[in-house]
Design a protein around this ligand. Structure first.
Ligand code: ZN
Length: 529
């Protein structure tokens, strides 16, 4: 799962200027709308400042904490998480929102004040509607379910996990009913990750994607393996130097961020001027460190491109998980796998690793980077097959949520869909329905954001190209600013100003449409096939 940046959307990791901390905001009687709004923004900033402390602790835990610090760190995190939750549900919000809503301050729905009030109301309403008993039960069940999942996966014993999965989906139904929804229960869950998206619209986008990807993937089944040259010796220190210089060339601001090493790649936006990327390198797999950089860099550029003036408020926060993921997938796939990119970067790469690459042409190297092979494991999937892993999960979680599919029946349904859509049958449940941690954590409605990210990425890339001219040509000249600045102008700086479908429509001229992704994959992979 994508860490850091994605968590940032959920927790809204922002800090406020220190002046916002003294004195503590309080609700005064007979406040006018302006005063109420200022107090509310101060509360929002305090909440996000606190949450950013939690994020820094999490970064430290992943990157540099000594092993024996784990128990003390767990206590620190639990305390801070509780304080953040108290702030999120602070009853003062109700009074402040009531004083601002309907006032002249929010009459223009696109103004920063109106956006902030709309989004604070949305999340406050949700948090307040969740009964405390359900919050506690949710935490208890998902905590045990995660442990059970890990053990079931280790032992390839799905039967011991099934009752917990059944319970998680039952609790998800309760949660959806508690917070409320207009269309279907799944809408309520989806809203946690992709505000503004509906199940109906998602079915439309993803089923179109699935129908068109299945035959494309089938046409790749006989491609012989050709990625051997990426599994030669790539000394770690030289990989790090290459990746650092690539990050700087692509526009990662080193004064406002850093690169580190960790077990799992992630990007963490601690605050303005502090966006951190952590990568995992492998001495015999160049692609692992490099694509992790491109992915996390996309998240980091988004975080560095948010408008600092709105820091600590929804206007200064990412639009959604799907939009965050669109930025990472855009830089990873549309830039990092492109011919133009490697026309610029392959000569310095060969200089850095002459032993590994002296007999490899640019063309052979690119084919290796873009090798397509359907397999059972999502996290190992190539760009072309990836979204079919997601559409399968989407179909299954809709069926599990509606009760049409019981948890006990999941392995059979899972394997059948893999066979039908990807042409592979998992050999066991470890390779099948036990491979992902998400459902055990209660993350239902999360998987589609990965594919939405891919859909938005292709659509945004095409729109950027229409606006600024052939991008591959500029990449070949080492110019990445035209793309980066277009994204900043049309996506990053708007924060949560519009619901996501509207943000995409304003940036690209039309609502979310999977055709751009399918066309891009067909063009790029058919040519190199
Ligand atoms: Zn990601």
């Amino acid at each position: 799962m994508c860490a850091g940046a994605c968590k940032g959307v959920v927790l809204a990791l922002f800090y406020g200027a220190s002046r916002d901390l003294q004195p503590r905001p309080s609700v005064r009687k007979h406040m006018n709308a302006e005063q109420a709004y200022e107090t509310m923004i101060a509360l929002s900033r305090e909440e996000t400042l606190l949450a950013s402390c939690l994020d820094l602790l999490e970064w430290d835990e992943e990157v540099s904490m000594p092993r024996d610090g784990v128990e003390h760190r767990a206590e620190q995190r639990a305390l801070l998480a509780g304080l953040v939750h108290d702030r999120e549900t602070d009853p003062r919000y109700e009074e402040l929102l009531a004083a601002v809503e309907g006032s002249a301050l929010v009459s223009d729905p696109e103004s920063a004040a109106a956006v902030n009030v709309r989004e604070i109301r949305r999340s406050f309403k949700k948090e307040r509607r969740m009964p405390r008993a359900l919050v506690e039960e949710w935490a208890r069940v998902t905590s045990i379910a995660q442990q059970t999942w890990a053990e079931s996966r280790r032992n390839d014993d799905y039967a011991s996990f099934a009752p917990w999965l059944e319970q998680i989906f039952a609790l998800a139904r309760e949660r959806a009913d508690a917070v409320g929804y207009e269309g279907t229960r799944y809408d309520a869950l989806l809203d946690d990750f992709e505000p503004g998206m509906t199940t109906e619209r998602l079915v439309d986008v993803l089923s179109n994607l699935q129908q068109r990807l299945v035959p494309l993937v089938a046409s790749f089944r006989d491609t012989p393996a050709s990625s051997e040259m990426l599994e030669r010796d790539f000394p770690l220190e030289r990989q790090k130097l290459f990746v650092e210089s690539a990050a700087a060339a692509l526009g990662f601001d080193p004064r406002g961020g850093r690169l580190d090493v960790s077990q799992h790649p992630f990007c963490s936006a601690i605050g303005p001027g502090d966006v951190r990327i952590a990568l995992r390198y492998h001495p015999r797999d160049f692609g692992q460190g490099f694509f992790a950089l491109m992915h996390e860099l996309g998240h980091a550029l988004y975080d560095q491109g948010l408008d600092r003036a709105f820091y600590g408020t929804p206007m200064g926060d990412a639009a959604s998980l799907g939009v965050h993921e669109s930025q990472s997938r855009l830089w990873e796939n549309h830039v990092g796998r492109s011919e133009g990119f490697w026309r610029h970067f392959y000569p310095p790469l060969c200089d850095a690793f002459p032993e590994a690459l002296n007999d490899v042409s640019l063309d052979a190297f690119r084919r290796a980077m873009n090798h397509v092979a359907p397999g059972p494991i999502r996290v190992n999937a190539d760009e072309v097959t990836y979204d079919l892993h997601i559409t399968i999960r989407f179909e299954l979680e809709l069926a599990l949520l509606s009760g049409d599919l019981r948890a006990a029946e999941l392995p059979g349904a899972w394997n059948e869909l893999y066979e039908r859509h990807l042409g592979v049958r998992p050999r066991n449940d470890r390779e099948g329905c036990l491979q992902d941690i998400h459902w055990s954590e209660g993350l239902i409605g999360y998987f589609p954001t990965y594919s939405l990210g891919n859909v938005y990425a292709a659509q945004l890339f095409a729109a950027a190209e229409r606006a600024v001219g052939p991008l591959e040509e500029s990449f070949a000249r080492g110019e990445f600013a035209p793309l980066r600045e277009w994204l900043r102008e049309h996506v990053h700086r708007h924060g949560m100003r519009w619901p996501v479908p509207e943000l995409i429509a304003r940036a690209t001229g039309e609502g979310p449409d999977a055709s751009y992704l399918v066309e891009s994959l067909t063009r790029r992979y058919r040519d190199g096939h």
